[in-house]
Design a protein around this ligand. Structure first.
Ligand SMILES: NC(=O)c1ccc[n+]([C@@H]2O[C@H](COP(=O)([O-])OP(=O)(O)OC[C@H]3O[C@@H](n4cnc5c(N)ncnc54)[C@H](O)[C@@H]3O)[C@@H](O)[C@H]2O)c1
Length: 265
């Protein structure tokens, strides 16, 4: 009896996409979306067990290969080792999605130098170092780097100083890399998601005094009437990674259900 395989789109056929923070949440949804469009994948995460399970969940007979590489992107040496592993798997990289990110929810006067540095190391320095190290592996035709930022980059929320600074820095990183990589036809853009229902979100809601009220309130904040899903970010990422956005570089795409366009709650 013939097997039924999911229908795939050939948009990224023969292309290689590296997705960081791909073990869960938004990163996993991005990997799934790119794989559905026939990309060959290298999934990266520091959580080895979750990464192995995430890669296995994507592998299907007849579909493009899915590789995984464990790395803690907070450490530059691990980024160097990661790039060596990626280059041993594929001779080129066509898409890099810098998605791995961390957040500490704490008032500014409790933020230590260590917390600040850790958030910046993962959310900002790692995307820079990985983009820098992988740029030589993009083919002459170029490719795309998509950074996953946040609406925190442009709007203030309580208890988020290091995170907001890291995501604002990512917008500057995007503009500057876009300029320097344009001659090599590598486009660089950022997506700024609003509230997306993932583990990061769950953790934040659970820590609130009234989680149910907070969940309902944050859905109602959105002109489109709901919080986002990882798939909302994934489809926007696929757009910025694909030739459909060939004339777009150095900018950001807000994916927030209209949250940040309201003048009043
Ligand atoms: N969830 C949201 O509401 C939301 C909103 C805006 C932006 N974002 C951004 O989207 C991205 C993904 O968020 P998410 O909600 O899916 O988070 P998540 O916590 O569910 O997943 C993040 C993944 O990154 C990995 N990771 C974290 N630090 C790492 C490191 N040092 N090295 C390697 N891997 C590491 C984790 O192991 C995890 O698998 C983040 O950059 C986050 O800032 C999320």
């Amino acid at each position: 009896m013939a097997h039924e395989y999911p229908q795939v789109e050939p948009e990224f056929a023969a292309l290689v996409a590296v997705v960081t923070g791909a073990a869960q949440g938004i990163g996993h949804a991005i990997a799934e979306e790119l794989h559905h469009r026939s990309a060959q994948l290298v999934l990266v995460d520091r959580n080895a067990a979750a990464l192995a399970a995430a890669a296995e969940a994507l592998r299907k007979p007849g579909l493009a290969p899915v590789h995984s590489a464990v790395a803690d992107l907070a450490h530059p040496a691990e980024i160097i080792a990661l790039v060596a592993r990626i280059s041993s798997l594929f001779p080129h990289v066509d898409v890099l999605v810098n998605n791995a990110g961390i957040e500490y929810d704490m008032p500014f006067d409790q933020v230590t130098a260590e917390v600040f540095d850790r958030v910046l190391a993962v959310n900002l320095r790692a995307p820079f170092l990985l983009s820098q190290a992988l740029a030589p592996f993009f083919p002459p035709a170029g490719g795309a780097i998509v950074n996953i930022g946040s609406i925190h980059a442009t709007h203030a929320f309580p208890n988020a100083v290091p995170y907001a600074c890291s995501k604002a820095g990512m917008m500057a990183l995007t503009r500057n890399l876009a300029l320097e990589l344009a001659p090599r036809h590598i486009r660089v853009n950022t997506i700024c998601p609003g509230y997306i229902d993932t583990a990061l979100w769950d953790e934040w809601v659970r820590s609130a005094p009234d989680p149910q009220a907070l969940a309902a309130q944050t859905a109602a904040f959105h002109p489109l009437g709901r919080r986002g899903l990882p798939a909302d970010v994934a489809s926007a990422t696929a757009y910025l990674a694909s030739p459909a956005s060939a004339w777009i570089t150095g900018t950001q795409l807000v994916v927030d259900g209209g949250l940040t366009i309201r003048a009043h709650p």
